[in-house]
Ligand binder design. Structure first.
Ligand SMILES: Cc1cc2nc3c(=O)[nH]c(=O)nc-3n(C[C@H](O)[C@H](O)[C@H](O)COP(=O)(O)O)c2cc1C
Length: 155
C-alpha cells in the first residue's frame, strides 16, 4: 500500500495528435521532481473504478463535430451514475487537440464535469492545427502542474 497521490489521464485520439499530447502530459506528471502514481488510459479502457481511484484527472479529446470525441463521451456515460456523489471536488484539467479552436469540445467536457462536481484547477491546453515543441511543452507542464499540485495537496 502506498500513500502516493493518484493521477488519472484519460483521453481519446484517432489519428495520434491527442495521443502525443497525452504522452507529454504523462511525462510531465512523471517529472523527476514529482512522485505520484499515474494511470494513463484510453477512454475506452477506463471505467468508474479509475475515477474512484483518482485524486485528480486530466481529460483529453479531439473536437469532433463541434463536441468531444464519442469515446470520451462514452466514458462519461458509462461512469456517471457509478461514481455520483463519490468524486465531488476532485481536481481536473483538460487538453484538446482540434482542427480549429476546440471550443465545442472544451465547453462540452466542462459542462459534464460540472455534473460530476469536479473542480477545474488549471487552464486548458488547446492546440488548433499542428503540434509544435511549444505546445507539447504546454502539455508537459499541464501534467507537471497536476502532479506537483496533487503531491503538495494544494488542490
Ligand atoms: C469526424 C471528425 C470530426 C471533426 N470535427 C471537428 C470539429 O468540429 N472541429 C474541429 O476543430 N476539428 C474537427 N475535427 C478535426 C480533429 O479534431 C483534429 O484532426 C484532431 O487533431 C484529431 O485528433 P487525433 O489525432 O488525436 O485523433 C474532426 C475530425 C474528425 C475525424
Amino acid at each position: 500500500m502506498t500513500d502516493k497521490k493518484h493521477l488519472l489521464i484519460v483521453f481519446h485520439s484517432k489519428t495520434g495528435k491527442n495521443g502525443r499530447m497525452a504522452e507529454s502530459v504523462h511525462q510531465g506528471a512523471q517529472d523527476p521532481d514529482i512522485d505520484v502514481e499515474v494511470r494513463f488510459l484510453k477512454a475506452g479502457d477506463a471505467d468508474a473504478q479509475d475515477l474512484l481511484w483518482a485524486d485528480g484527472i486530466v481529460f483529453g479529446s479531439p473536437e469532433n463535430f463541434g463536441y468531444m470525441s464519442g469515446a470520451l463521451k462514452d466514458f462519461f456515460d458509462r461512469t456517471f451514475y457509478e461514481v455520483e456523489g463519490q468524486v465531488d471536488g476532485k481536481p481536473y484539467c483538460i487538453f484538446v487537440g482540434a482542427g480549429n479552436d476546440g471550443t465545442g469540445a472544451l465547453t462540452a467536457i466542462r459542462r459534464i464535469c460540472m455534473g460530476y462536481h469536479f473542480k477545474e484547477i488549471q487552464p486548458p491546453v488547446i492546440v488548433p492545427g499542428e503540434l509544435s515543441d511549444a505546445t507539447l511543452r504546454s502539455c508537459y507542464e499541464l501534467g507537471m502542474a497536476m502532479g506537483a499540485g496533487l503531491e503538495a495537496g494544494v488542490f
